[in-house]
Design a protein. Structure first.
Length: 341
């Protein structure tokens, strides 16, 4: 993953009320919490800042009403923010004209939403080709591209099917193929799998990871499911009441939640599959022994060795250099944290 920001978001606000811009101006761009309620404004997105690296999967999550879907629509300017800055490859989207935004969405952005939005009177081939038709591509060229995308998502042979003839998972694959047809640089997904049955959802997550390995897109993905976020994300951002409470890797978030709200999200997380040995390794105290464990190994895979050892087990980095050690007590605390962890 390239850490060069593909998207930069700075002090983004989205307020609903009589005069949102005027309200912010009266309060110097930083209104107190009680001012919103007193003047009857809803702070859907409040002073949010972050970067999305090139090729990164950034997942934004939170409970219903937290502002996550409003945020993704603000990033694409489907809903205009009240204030702030959004940079796309250095271009200020807040200063973009309507025509420039249309070009960006047609050529550089792909979007997938919870409701598939397929055109019922069009078959799979024509649904996938639709954004290319809107863009003005010749029919032969857009059908060739659509067939490539249909094959990519595993629906080859169903080009002539209509949406009503497909399962929910297949319909979502059509939506994904359609969003990829324009060759987007950034992929925005808003709860794309939440309407699917659990088994199909897992299958679509596998498909998503397979596609990302092949395509290496920059992705902003919205979900309310922490297990899904942990499985898919490079980093996770958690929102509450329009504010970004914490942004971190899944491991960092599980090991060091910022507050009780984040801690509630991570409470039932599969710590054994998220936290690495390197994250819990401390300075070696006294004698260490046994086969060294790589810092990148998940604690669930190292638990048997550490728990059966009488002393500290050495931990090494990717080059085999010692970086510390992990004890039985370290392992137990990581696997079974107390209420205050």
């Amino acid at each position: 993953m390239d850490k060069t920001p593909k998207i930069s978001c700075r002090h983004l606000w989205k307020l609903f009320g009589a005069d949102p811009a005027g309200f912010l101006a009266r309060h110097g761009g930083a209104p107190a919490e009680d001012a919103l309620g007193q003047e009857k404004y809803i702070g859907a997105v409040r002073d949010v800042s972050f970067d999305v690296g090139t090729g990164e999967i950034l997942i934004i999550m939170g409970l219903s009403g937290s502002g996550k879907s409003t945020l993704i629509r603000a990033l694409t300017r489907l809903n205009d923010p009240t204030a702030g800055q959004i940079l796309f490859d250095g271009q200020d989207l807040m200063a973009a004209t309507p025509a420039e935004l249309i070009e960006l969405r047609r050529h550089k952005m792909g979007m997938v939403f919870q409701h598939f939005g397929l055109l019922p009177h069009r078959n799979v081939l024509n649904n996938v080709a639709f954004p290319l038709e809107v863009r003005g591509n010749p029919r032969d060229a857009r059908e060739v591209r659509a067939r490539e995308m249909i094959k990519l998502v595993g629906l080859e042979g169903r080009e002539s099917y209509f949406p009503r003839e497909l399962s929910g998972g297949q319909q979502q694959r059509v939506g994904i193929a359609r969003s990829l047809a324009v060759g987007p640089e950034v992929w925005f997904l808003d709860e794309p799998f939440s309407a699917l049955d659990p088994l199909i959802r897992r299958e679509m997550q596998d498909e998503f990871l397979r596609l990302q390995k092949l395509l290496q897109k920059t992705i902003v993905f919205i979900t309310h499911d922490f297990d899904e976020a942990v499985r898919l994300a490079d980093r996770i951002g958690i929102m509450k009441d329009g504010r970004l409470v914490q942004m971190a890797t899944p491991e960092q978030m599980v090991a060091a939640p910022a507050n009780d709200y984040v801690r509630a999200f991570t409470k039932n997380a599969p710590r054994d599959r998220i936290i690495t040995v390197g994250a819990i390794a401390g300075k070696a105290k006294g004698k260490t022994g046994g086969q060294p464990i790589a810092a990148s190994v998940k604690i669930g895979d190292a638990a048997a060795q550490v728990l059966s050892s009488d002393g500290a087990v050495p931990v090494v980095d990717g080059k085999g250099k010692p970086i510390g050690a992990v004890t039985r007590e370290d392992m137990i605390a990581a696997l079974f944290p107390g209420d205050g962890a």
